[in-house]
Write a protein that binds this ligand. Sequence first.
Ligand code: UDP
Ligand code: MG
Length: 339
Amino acid sequence: MSKRKTTLPAATPRAEARPKLLSVVCPAYNESENLATFVASVEAAMRAIAQPYEIVFVNDGSSDSTLELMMRLRKTHGRIAIVDLSRNFGKEIATTAGLDLAKGDAVVVIDADLQDPPEVIAEMIAGWREGYDVVYARRRERNGDGPVKRLTATLFYKLIHRVGAVDVPENVGDFRLMSRKAVDAVCSMREHHRFMKGIFAWIGFPSKEILYDRAPRAAGTTKWNYWRLWNLSIEGITSSTLAPLKVSTYFGFATALTAFLAGAFFILKTLFFGDPVPGFPTLVVIVLFLGGIQLMVLGVIGEYLGRVFNETKQRPLYFATEVYPSDIGADRTSVRQAV
Ligand code: UDP
Ligand code: MG
């Protein structure tokens, strides 16, 4: 496997001191407890640096009062846009819906639970001024996570580093600032199996890393259990590399070679020494071994085939029940749909 080491171009400083408009995109699923505090702290952080902004909320099919709260907040702050998705599409698609509606010449993606501190945005804007198209935040420590989650996360990054086609930086989530150019690039990628970390890494552009301390969740509970994380890992691998298919092929070759050698051995043994014992255990072991490998490899192929199936349907990425734009910036009232 040839692994391409991604080297990113250098940045040239921008003439402007700050983006004319910054869009803060925030996907939210059952976050009613956090929204008011979230808006207040984004507002405070933006006022501190005199940055014109809008908040783009995406209601990802919440079952609590998240949407009503968003609507109420929007009435009092003209700076809030809302995309109300028709059901829960998951964070990756919800984020994309927010990016589609964002009007800013720079966009920040941030969680609603205040785990990503809005004060860090000032530092991201400094990176934007230096000319970077992507400024991503790497967490210094995984404070809120237990040892098992840390270990599985480390293993996952090791694996993706080894097999992935692009470098996905470790301990970096979706919390990042992107220039208009980078946002348009991300929005142009309409694949359904969206591993955002992979997409963010794939687009390239001059990128900068800043460090931050990830706070524990302000209220509510995380939506990621281990089953969802496992599926996310499979998504991460299958959406960025064909390596498992190659590994399967080599696995197949190795097994076939072993079977051939074992076959030769048994034939010769029978020719020279006869076959006084029926050899039932050997037979069972070989059959089970081959059967197991075949099923496993079929499973790997199936994972890819299923993804091909989903992508060929070419459905739009999401449906929005309603889109409420913010009242600042150029008008972009309709959400861009899949191409
Ligand atoms: N989220 C979403 N749709 C989902 C799950 C999560 O929009 O199906 C949002 C959630 O409201 C939050 C962000 O994605 O703003 C991160 O979710 P969470 O805090 O559960 O993840 P964690 O911080 O534990 O990785
Ligand atoms: Mg969180």
